[in-house]
Write a protein that binds this ligand. Structure first.
Ligand SMILES: [Zn+2]
Length: 128
């Protein structure tokens, strides 16, 4: 899918965050309080990225995870806005997802701070 097709597939906000490294407004994302189990996938390429078991409430206003699926994301040093942060992108299509910080409250010590608009939840079917 080329950029023109992506522009048509995504909303303007989704396109801005995913492809132009934007940030959605805190507490605005639809996945912030999502509690269903399943797998969070890349909005652009549907690659599985984060398990719902890694999701936690960080209080920051963005959906937060303490680990990614193995090899699912790439971490890139981001020195924009006068800060040094680590940007998280989809390993498959390179779309921007958010940032990762080393102040996570769980055993992994990681806090992946992501934008809801970058993710789609693929809910686990009820297996009972
Ligand atoms: Zn992707």
């Amino acid at each position: 899918m080329n950029e023109q097709e992506l522009k048509q597939k995504l909303t303007p906000e989704e396109y801005h965050v995913l492809r132009e490294k934007g940030t959605e407004a805190p507490f605005s994302g639809k996945l912030l309080h999502e509690k269903k189990s399943g797998t969070y996938m890349c909005k652009v390429c549907s690659s599985p990225l984060f398990p719902s078991t890694a999701k936690f409430d960080s209080g920051t206003g963005w959906p937060s995870f303490d680990q990614a699926l193995p090899g699912a994301v790439k971490e890139i040093i981001d020195q924009s806005h006068g800060m040094q942060r680590i940007e998280v992108v989809c390993a498959k299509c390179g779309s921007h997802l958010g940032h990762v910080f080393n102040d996570g409250p769980t055993v992994t010590g990681k806090r992946y701070c992501l934008n809801s608009v970058c993710l789609d939840l693929n809910p686990e079917e009820n297996k009972k």
